[in-house]
Design a protein around this ligand. Structure first.
Ligand SMILES: Cc1cc2nc3c(=O)[nH]c(=O)nc-3n(C[C@H](O)[C@H](O)[C@H](O)COP(=O)(O)O)c2cc1C
Length: 342
């Protein structure tokens, strides 16, 4: 309906597919059926993926483009840049040359619906979108930081006046703001100093130890603490804060000689998303035979540039006054690392 309204009775000449993910390409078949003469623009992989998802034969409509190819539409020229693994292998960016409009597929996108406006500068971006843009980046594109870097270095960023992602607001002012965020996120550089504390707990004793540690960190002057129960918060929110902050504390009971599974799942997700360059402290809890700290260290050991802080604290069922000194030492070590972190 929207396309018909914009066209006002004219035929559709071109359809450019920047990304073949189903949340964007579900209507291609319908569009080709409505406009049988439309030229569908994509790269070799785009059409391979199209065949996997759909059954309509669009080979007569297909125009296969490569890196740097252009299409002259008359007033506008479109130039295509391949952006493999800026989410999927077939992703490409399209730049409209006359006005410098970058159609960036999933890059620079955000979760969340438009609040009645489509431009980032017409929203209170920091309050309404920044967290959701980070959560989107970390969880959807986070694994592919080096590929994001490669594409950003290759694009003529100085000539871009507008960024139109496939999700979230359009950028037309202060574009450098979101480019700067991407420069940090794609190099796994924390945006700011802060401690994300994530615990698993069945009876509340590990939670209690984490609360005690958080209090000690607050007493030592660390203002930015984020605490999560791994069983209660969707991992995408925890991962997003891990992307934002410099320090992480993980706490888990031993569970059938494994980690408590939501904690194991979080750690595996962190590894899959290539989380790196963070300072991490560990806290374990067990009643008869300890495995949690070893298992957490092992999974963290598969990630790059993870710096362990202080001695891991293993509590025996519940935190006792005798272990307060060890908790203080851990809080001191985290504080020291926080203060000296640049
Ligand atoms: C299903 C289950 C399996 C457990 N497996 C172990 C274990 O393998 N080794 C151990 O020392 N404690 C084990 N525990 C005990 C917990 O690690 C212990 O109670 C711990 O203090 C729980 O911490 P919480 O109070 O934060 O839930 C297990 C507990 C449950 C419920």
């Amino acid at each position: 309906e929207n396309i018909l309204a914009v066209l006002g009775g004219r035929p559709l000449d071109y359809l450019v597919i920047n990304h073949m993910e189903p949340d964007h390409c579900g209507n291609i078949e319908t569009i080709v059926r409505m406009f049988p003469k439309v030229t569908v623009v994509g790269n070799k992989k785009t059409f391979e993926f199209f065949k996997q998802y759909y059954s309509l034969d669009i080979s007569q409509n297909a125009l296969v483009v490569k890196e740097g190819d252009t299409i002259n539409l008359g007033q506008h020229t479109l130039k295509f840049h391949m952006a493999p693994m800026v989410h999927w292998p077939e992703v490409m960016f399209t730049i409209e040359q006359k006005n410098g409009i970058l159609f960036s597929a999933d890059a620079f996108g955000s979760f969340g619906a438009h609040p009645g406006t489509i431009f980032a500068d017409e929203t209170d971006y920091d309050r309404t979108f920044l967290d959701e843009t980070r959560r989107y980046y970390a969880n959807i594109v986070g694994r592919y930081g080096s590929q994001v870097q490669t594409v950003l270095k290759r694009l003529p960023l100085e000539s871009i006046t507008m960024i139109c992602p496939l999700h979230g607001p359009i950028w037309r002012k202060d574009i450098q703001y979101i480019l700067d965020k991407y420069a940090l996120w794609s190099t796994y550089t924390p945006e700011q100093n802060g401690v994300v504390l994530v615990y698993a707990s069945m009876y509340g004793n590990t939670e209690n130890a984490m609360n005690a540690l958080a209090n000690k960190l607050a007493e030592r002057g660390i203002p930015d603490l984020r605490m999560y129960d791994v069983s209660k918060t969707h991992p995408s929110y925890i991962i997003s804060d891990i992307w934002k902050y410099s320090h992480i504390v993980l706490a888990s009971p031993t569970y059938n000689m494994h980690l408590y599974f939501p904690m194991e799942s979080l750690l595996r997700e962190m590894a899959a998303l290539n989380v790196q360059n963070r300072s991490v402290a560990l806290l374990g809890n067990h009643t008869w035979s300890s495995a949690a700290i070893k298992l957490m260290s092992g999974l963290l050991g598969t990630m790059k540039d993870i710096r362990f802080i202080g001695e891991p604290l293993d509590i025996h069922s519940s935190l006792k006054a005798e272990q307060e000194k060890e908790l203080d030492a851990l809080a001191d070590a985290i504080t020291q690392s926080y203060i000296t972190h640049v």
